[in-house]
Design a binder for this molecule. Structure first.
Ligand code: ADP
Ligand code: MG
Length: 833
């Protein structure tokens, strides 16, 4: 590679390739690197004179294009990036060919797996492993992939090289081995059937323009069944897309379809199915397809499943060139399989155990590298350590009317230890509803304030924010500390005053909603941000708050177990757990009721009210788009309850369409006992704190998620009295009943979330949205949430121990290289230096 005679720097193709892939991953926004913008970096590298004579012209032309990168449209940027990548691959390939003839390379002759080309790839070329393929070979050099398809793979799926393809994991597998005859189908099973298309229709719902429905009638010699699948989004209501679907699945075609069998009043259906046309008659299918587990890839329009499989099958032999970067002892200690094997098996697993092992290994890697990167980054960041002083904190502790539970005390200690370090805290304070997170966060706030910093507490709704404010302002008054409330309804004059005080630094704590992250809110010295119910905030909103300071400490409060979003994003976090409720709380008696028992429920409520207690009646909040209808329903229900059921009591109303002043008024009225019953939508879920309320009746309980029901239920049982939660549901679905029973059995938010996850089957029912590259990640394929949590802990511990052993990673060269790659991907842009 040493041709340059000119004084300019030698060209680092790796670095350029990495820059290109980061730019692509981050959406072609012309990333800002540590020193340069992406386009400037590319322009100047390509413009250098040290390119080989044969490449110089093309490099110059491309360099010129990067000069105009800012003015290019998105599609043009994509095109340019893809072209540059191809150019670099060509350069690289030529260098490799001239340096080291591929003939001398050790490439295994056979694959470790018996991977057969799929049915549609019968051409003999696909069966011979291409001896010249390397991990960084462009896909264009594969059989059946010309420049046009290569470009499509690059632009739509970000797949450029053999390595990219190998790392493009299937989001599912169809098990053709578990084929079932139509007459033998049972409700609730996940099955594969093979049959003939009798009818195929694809249409947009007349009621909902965003919903597209595909219905297929398939029969085999034992019977026939209807297949249903729903697509949301306007791109599916597109006529062209629908026509394309129709032509892809013609009447008479033999297909394999898998899905979940559901019983409806029209008989059995196969829902959310995957379908694939088998090109040949039944006997040949049996010899080639049955008994195999076939991968299903996240797809994009214009790229057929057959194409992806064909390409993957050709790439698979190259897995033997993958060297496992993980140190041997980690692999042993965590009982992992080798990386090459995992990659081969995640595509074509011989059986479900093999698939599990593969998914585990790949998930381990994902969490492991993420943790390494974040630990590394954290070492580089500098936060302001707080002085270990505790006059304010001690005073607060003395004035508290109760004692912290052991769990609360432990969390306070963990947080305060973090705050003494000079790396920013990023901690999740996790505790069930009513566990007393707020008071713990106040200890953190006071620690920061005592060290001369400002603090902010952000929560997602005005109701919740006001709740916090009311509680904290009392405590702060005792300590002679000012605190202000900033929301969308704060009057202009007041807002100006708050902003001024934040800027000078005289205001130590501001509590607010999204209003806190608007422009114009500037802190003199923000040292700690506390965020409540973080799963309701997007990553952007959170980071906008953090940008109001320089690497402030962060404490996030949540009632749900480590939220799934944390696994899916790159955030890395420590967890403090309040696993104990304050003393004296009685478990809430929870009962699942049918319509006929409503009279009993009303009777219980009357009795409780007669004893001076209060009651909530909650209705589900339906679709965003139906908020108006929802409001009307709530209003109508209140009328009805007031007139015909509870004429002797006062019935109040609280719903999401009310202004925040109206909401506040309704809540205050309820708290002050001006109303006995509060009819509400889910706005009561967070923050409403009326200890005198002892009954909550939840209508249509089956329409809520369990976690949400648990949150709702937490609004009662806040005082000393025995409390009740009545779940009304007329759903006949067994799953719905089974889910609700979990609440009868348990008050433990963790247990509930876990069971919910199991019952719903890995979130398959969460929405109707299917496939899509963006939404899929390898850990979605783990068998259960428990495995995920365990792998997560193991991978993190492994990363920590490796860094403790050698913070430079020098003694693990392969790992170091891999780490750098991940660092650049996760950090984006850091590499244009
Ligand atoms: P959550 O964790 O749901 O946010 P809160 O912080 O709102 O819970 O606390 C619930 C209630 O319990 C509050 O009224 C709070 O003052 C009270 N509380 C918190 N800790 C204790 C404790 N150790 N002993 C008694 N009451 C407590
Ligand atoms: Mg709370």
């Amino acid at each position: 590679m040493e041709q340059p005679t000119q004084p300019s720097k030698p060209i680092d193709i790796n670095r350029l390739q990495q820059a290109l892939s980061v730019e692509a991953e981050r959406g072609f926004g012309n990333l800002q690197g540590r020193e340069h913008l992406f386009a400037d970096f590319l322009g100047s590298s390509l413009g250098q004179s040290s390119w080989h004579r044969a490449d110089r012209d093309r490099a110059q032309t491309l360099a010129g294009e990067y000069g105009k990168y800012d003015q290019l449209r998105l599609s043009q940027r994509k095109h340019l990036v893809a072209e540059t990548r191809r150019f670099l691959y060509d350069v690289r390939r030529r260098e490799l060919v001239s340096d080291r003839p591929p003939a001398k390379e050790k490439i295994a002759k056979t694959t470790p797996l018996k991977v057969e080309a799929s049915k549609s790839t019968q051409s003999s070329a696909y069966r011979k492993p291409n001896q010249n393929l390397r991990l960084d070979s462009p896909l264009q050099y594969l059989e059946g992939v010309g420049p046009r398809i290569a470009e499509r793979l690059a632009n739509r799926l970000e797949l450029h090289t053999v390595a990219d393809m190998l790392n493009y994991y299937p989001r599912d597998h169809v098990d053709y081995a578990r084929q079932v005859k139509i007459k033998d189908l049972n409700d609730g099973e996940t099955v594969t059937i093979i049959g003939t298309i009798r009818r195929f229709s694809c249409f947009t719902s007349p009621k909902n323009k965003k919903l597209t429905i595909v219905e297929v009638m398939v029969s085999d010699h034992t019977g026939s069944i209807k297949l249903n699948r729903f697509w949301t989004g306007t791109r599916y209501s597109n006529y062209g897309w629908q026509q394309q679907q129709k032509s892809q699945y013609p009447k008479g075609a033999t297909v394999a379809a898998s899905g979940v069998v559901k019983r409806s009043k029209y008989g059995l259906t196969l829902d959310n199915f995957e379908i694939e046309v088998l090109e040949h008659s039944q006997d040949r299918i049996e010899s080639h397809t049955i008994g195999r587990v076939v991968p299903i890839y996240p797809l994009s329009e214009g790229i057929s499943p057959e194409l992806i499989r064909r390409v993957v099958v050709q790439c698979l032999p190259v897995v033997n060139q993958i060297k496992d970067p993980l140190p041997e002892k980690l692999i042993k200690e965590h009982k992992l399989i080798k990386l090459a094997k995992a990659i081969a098996q995640v595509h074509y697993p011989p059986d479900s155990h093999a698939l599990n092992d593969a998914v585990k290994r790949l998930t381990f890697d994902k969490y492991f590298y993420r943790r390494l990167v974040s630990l590394y980054r954290r070492n580089q960041q500098q936060a302001s350590p707080f002085i270990a002083q505790s006059k304010l904190v001690d005073e607060f502790e003395q004035r508290l009317p109760f004692q912290l539970t052991n769990a609360q005390q432990r969390c306070v200690n963990e947080i305060r230890a973090d705050l003494q370090r000079n790396t920013p805290m990023n901690r999740l304070l996790q505790g069930d509803v009513g566990a007393g997170k707020t008071v713990v966060s106040v200890f953190a706030l006071l620690t920061a304030i005592e060290s001369g910093f400002q603090t902010a507490l952000m929560a997602p709704t005005e109701v919740l924010v006001e709740q916090h404010y009311r509680k904290i302002v009392d405590w702060f008054n005792l300590l002679n500390l000012p605190v202000e409330l900033l929301t969308g309804s704060t009057k202009a004059a007041k807002r100006r005053q708050i902003l001024a005080q934040l800027e000078t630094g005289e205001l130590p704590l501001v509590i607010g909603t999204h209003a806190l992250i608007q422009d114009g809110v500037n802190f003199h010295r923000l040292g700690l941000a506390v965020i409540d119910e973080q799963h309701r905030f997007g990553r952007d909103q959170r980071s906008r708050l953090l940008q109001k300071g320089t690497d402030p400490h962060v404490l996030i409060m949540t009632a749900t177990p480590i939220p799934r979003t944390l696994y899916l994003t790159n955030s890395e976090i420590e967890v403090s757990l309040i696993d104990e409720l304050p003393p004296g709380r009685k478990p809430i008696q929870t009962n699942l009721l049918k319509g006929a028992q409503r009279r009993d429920a009303y009777e219980l409520m009357r009795r409780e009210i007669a004893q001076g207690r209060q009651v909530y009646i909650v209705f589900p909040l339906v679709e965003e788009s139906e908020k108006m209808a929802d409001m009307k329903a709530a209003i109508a229900e209140r009328e009805k309850l007031q007139k015909s059921i509870f004429p002797n009591f006062k019935v109040g109303l609280l719903h999401g369409q009310m202004s925040s002043a109206e909401k506040e008024e309704a809540i205050n009225a309820f708290r002050d006992r001006q109303s006995d019953i509060l009819v509400a939508t889910t706005v009561v879920e967070v923050g409403v704190d009326v200890p005198n309320a002892s009954v909550m009746l939840i209508e249509h309980a089956d329409r809520f998620g369990l976690a949400q029901l648990h949150q709702l239920r937490g609004r009662v049982g806040r005082g000393a009295a025995q409390s009740y939660c009545l779940l009304m549901s007329s759903s006949k679905s067994e799953t719905a009943q089974e889910r609700l029973k979990v609440l009868e059995q348990s008050q433990d938010g963790f247990f509930i979330a876990e069971r919910d996850f199991q019952i719903r089957g890995k979130g398959k029912d969460e929405g109707t949205e299917q496939s899509g590259h963006a939404g899929f990640s390898i850990d979605d394929r783990l068998p259960d949430e428990e495995t995920r949590q365990q792998l997560y802990q193991e991978a993190r511990a492994a990363a920590e121990s490796i860094l403790t052993e050698d913070i430079t990673l020098e003694s693990f060269p392969a790992l170091k290289t891999e780490f750098e790659h991940h660092y650049q991907r996760l950090q984006g842009g850091a590499i244009f230096t």
